[in-house]
Design a protein around this ligand. Structure first.
Ligand code: AMP
Length: 432
């Protein structure tokens, strides 16, 4: 048993798995760029207040799962910090802090990175996980709502994941939600004897939260709970109709899910989630998002609408594997530089360094071992070429061995990088 292990609920992403994440990150960045969303980074931790305000003090994410950070003793900057459980709060904090309200609106931003929740670890639920996030701040919609839902659906499609379902709802606003919340309160209060203790506590603070309960005992009650759809105020009903009309025009399929709420306080109007069906009628959430028209103001900015989503990359990687998708290859070098003289690591390293400087992925064999062993190592690394340095080097030549074709020929060192780049290009795109 090794002395130290990765903390419970976290994983090391070893090269094969890191390659699967890197592929998703590339797809995410490429898509976000095509849609005009600019990458930003915010700190991995913020003042806890950022999350308490934005996400809501009575939510699972803050109440049970916030990963609080305590600075070392004697730290004069000691504050109450927390690792970010989700990206929106930090991005909106940055939007307000940096006066992005004065830029042309909406401001389209994207971030992909780790999030932290102090949750009970289980399959697909980690204490550190990755999200691909987009936010459009400063546009009341409904067009932008559809743009964002469509972007999310396209992400899953480009990742190669089948059967992802979009669930859509409107959770109203300050005009129509309060009456609905009271109807919900009355409904759940009428079934108080069937409520688990935690849900009974929450009923007083926020009955909406009960709709989001993962407790299996709650599912039958939730299925019968009143919905808001018929009682949306005219502005919210019009907005929701607009979102659906835009999605219909784009050909994005969705299911209306009148009891879908999101576990965070800041959502208004549009709420959506991406699901994947599992065995036996179960399903897995792959991501979700919604509109947060009150959040910028809550963070101290001018009243400004916004909408975004966060998609869980860990679950996408797992889902792709479960679907039997071929894992992307871990990156490997094109060339390995070997030599007949086991001791001559200087030459091998020098030649490899020149190739790297020319833009090739090259490794020098730095073990002092026989040529045949060095070549075996090159094949094991799945390198396409081996450059063999020997006596001919005094005449400015090396042997270039094509490990895939099994052929070998002398090449002038001065031409080596060019030859390899040309061969690599032909290999990638086929002969001209
Ligand atoms: P949420 O904001 O909780 O709806 O999270 C959005 C997405 O992030 C979920 O649909 C998951 O794909 C992913 N996610 C949330 N929490 C975790 C976790 N603890 N471990 C792995 N993925 C998570």
């Amino acid at each position: 048993m090794p002395r130290c292990q990765a903390p419970r609920g976290t994983r090391d992403l070893l090269p094969a798995e890191r390659a699967a994440f890197a592929r998703l990150e590339r797809i995410a960045l490429d898509l976000a760029t095509r849609y005009g969303y600019q990458p930003v980074e915010t700190p991995l931790f913020e003042q806890s207040e950022v999350f308490e305000r934005a996400v809501g003090a009575a939510t699972d994410v803050v109440e049970k799962e916030l990963f609080r950070v305590h600075a070392g003793r004697g730290d004069s900057e000691r504050e109450r910090w927390a690792l970010r459980p989700e990206p929106t709060a930090g991005i909106v904090r940055a939007y307000v802090q940096h006066g992005m309200q004065n830029l042309p609106q909406p401001v389209r931003l994207t971030l992909t990175g780790p999030m932290f929740r102090y949750d009970r670890p289980q399959a697909g639920r980690y204490r550190q996980f990755w999200q691909f996030d987009v936010e459009a701040i400063g546009d009341p919609g409904p067009g932008i709502d559809a743009e964002i839902v469509e972007l999310g659906a396209r992400f899953f499609r480009e990742a190669g994941l089948r059967d992802v379902v979009v669930r859509l709802n409107s959770i109203g606003d300050g005009d129509c939600r309060p009456a609905y919340v009271e109807r919900l309160r009355a409904y759940f209060a009428g079934h108080a004897d069937r409520l688990p203790a935690l849900e009974r506590e929450r009923l007083a603070a926020d009955p909406l939260r009960l709709l989001d309960s993962k407790d299996p005992l709650m599912q039958a009650l939730i299925a019968e709970a009143p919905t808001l759809t018929e009682d949306l105020c005219p502005a919210c009903a019009g907005h929701f109709a607009g979102v659906r009309a835009h999605l219909d025009a784009l050909g994005v399929e969705y299911q209306l899910e009148p009891r879908l709420v999101r576990g965070l306080d800041y959502y208004t109007r549009t709420a959506f989630e991406f699901f994947r069906p599992l065995e036996a009628g179960a399903q897995q959430a792959l991501g979700g998002g919604g509109r947060y028209d009150g959040l910028v103001e809550l963070m101290g900015g001018r009243p400004t609408p916004g909408i975004g989503f966060g998609l869980g990359l860990d679950r996408v990687v797992l889902a792709l594997a479960a679907q039997g998708a071929e894992a992307p290859p871990a990156p490997h070098v094109t060339v390995v530089v070997v030599s007949a003289d086991p001791a001559d690591t200087v030459t091998r390293l020098r030649v490899a360094t020149d190739l790297r400087a020319a833009g090739l992925a090259a490794r020098a064999d730095l073990a002092q071992r026989k040529l045949s062993r060095q070549l075996e190592g090159a094949a094991r690394d799945r390198a396409h070429f081996a450059v063999i340095c020997g006596d001919e080097l005094s005449h400015g030549q090396v042997q270039l061995k094509d490990l895939e074709a099994g052929t070998q020929r002398p090449v002038n060192v001065a031409d080596l990088a060019r030859e390899l780049l040309r061969a690599e290009g032909q290999h990638r795109h086929g002969p001209a």
